[in-house]
Design a protein around this ligand. Sequence first.
Ligand code: NAD
Ligand code: ZN
Length: 391
Amino acid sequence: MTTPPPTEWVRFQVPFEYPVYFSEAVFAETNPTLVEALSRLEPTRRHRVFVIVDGGLDAAVPNFAARIRGYFDAHAARLELAGDPLVIAGGEACKNDPRLIPSLLQRFAELKLDRQSFCLIIGGGAVLDAAGFAAATAHRGIRVVRVPSTVLGQNDAGIGVKNGVNAFGAKNFIGSFAPPFAVVNDLTLLDSLPRRDRIAGIAEAVKVALIRDAPFFDWLCEHGAELSRFESAATGAMIRRAAALHLQQISGGGDPFEAGSARPLDFGHWAAHKLEGLSGYQLRHGEAVAIGIALDSRYSFEVGLLPEAHLERIVALLILLGFRLFHPALEALDADGELSVLNGLQEFREHLGGELSITLLTDIGRGVDVHEMSTPVVRRSLAWLGARFRQ
Ligand SMILES: NC(=O)c1ccc[n+]([C@@H]2O[C@H](COP(=O)([O-])OP(=O)(O)OC[C@H]3O[C@@H](n4cnc5c(N)ncnc54)[C@H](O)[C@@H]3O)[C@@H](O)[C@H]2O)c1
Ligand SMILES: [Zn+2]
């Protein structure tokens, strides 16, 4: 026998792929999209599906649970409901509730869900993140089909590979990378969404346009008024383009599970994540992102990276869409009398690990990573936001 080498290397690759369907009225019995999504690997089998529904959606749409039951009845040859659909409280509260994950896991166990069963999660980004995390950990991963029911869910949160809940005062402290089995975007689900959430989700489209796609930014400016009125054609087109750009980053960006420190899709997010917490989660994620975009665009101008005319276009678009670019949380002070939002930089770095990596703009459609942020310049940029947008 030869002497074994001192180190055995283990190396393998696991390909990931999942479809993102775009459809309308997916719970109409005649719409085959959901059946297709759930049975895409085993079309002849009958699939067990546990449905989790966002409480905000359930309250806003009369008889929503009955519609789901009707769909499963109509497709009983291919689909089987595991238990009654479960309605959970929507919004950031579900990501802040430490009892939710254990209670979901207990329900999965009671229903004897296995790794071939499905969780069909219908809801906003928060419900998708929280229930998706529970599903990712049960039996080391139950299949998840997501049906995002907010703009932000459909153009960003619901189509990607991450989930998570908040803990120890930090956003998404607990979570995993878990690509879904499929995603089904249904434009008509947005009909019941309050105006505030319709607008909030557009922030992620502005963000991804600013770092990746100048023509899309021009398009957003041209259609800003329609988008602020939430006209269906413009909204659908905005979601399609923003979703495609997010998906391109995941599949072609070279780092889908964010092993490195760079996180280009988080432009504007270091401040946004901090502001959400500082506002006691009064600010929606998208609303905080809009402020974060304005702040980092101003910073980009202050350090000479971005021409002022571009900054003005960005601000004008955000205002046209209906965003408020100031919130009192921007002026909250920490125990040392320092602006609390500044701590967001350090927390952002800790979340990623490695060196600080912040995306700034050099042009509309072009992001650049920097590894240092000047505190006096951030303070100046914050002061500018206050002076200009405080009402
Ligand atoms: N996993 C990711 O990659 C990722 C990416 C971006 C954002 N996120 C997370 O997504 C969350 C924000 O998601 P969001 O903007 O979708 O907001 P949200 O999930 O907080 O939902 C906003 C409100 O809308 C309600 N609601 C949802 N659908 C509805 C409908 N169709 N009709 C009526 N009410 C409805 C909810 O109950 C809630 O009250 C944040 O927690 C953010 O961190 C995750
Ligand atoms: Zn975001």
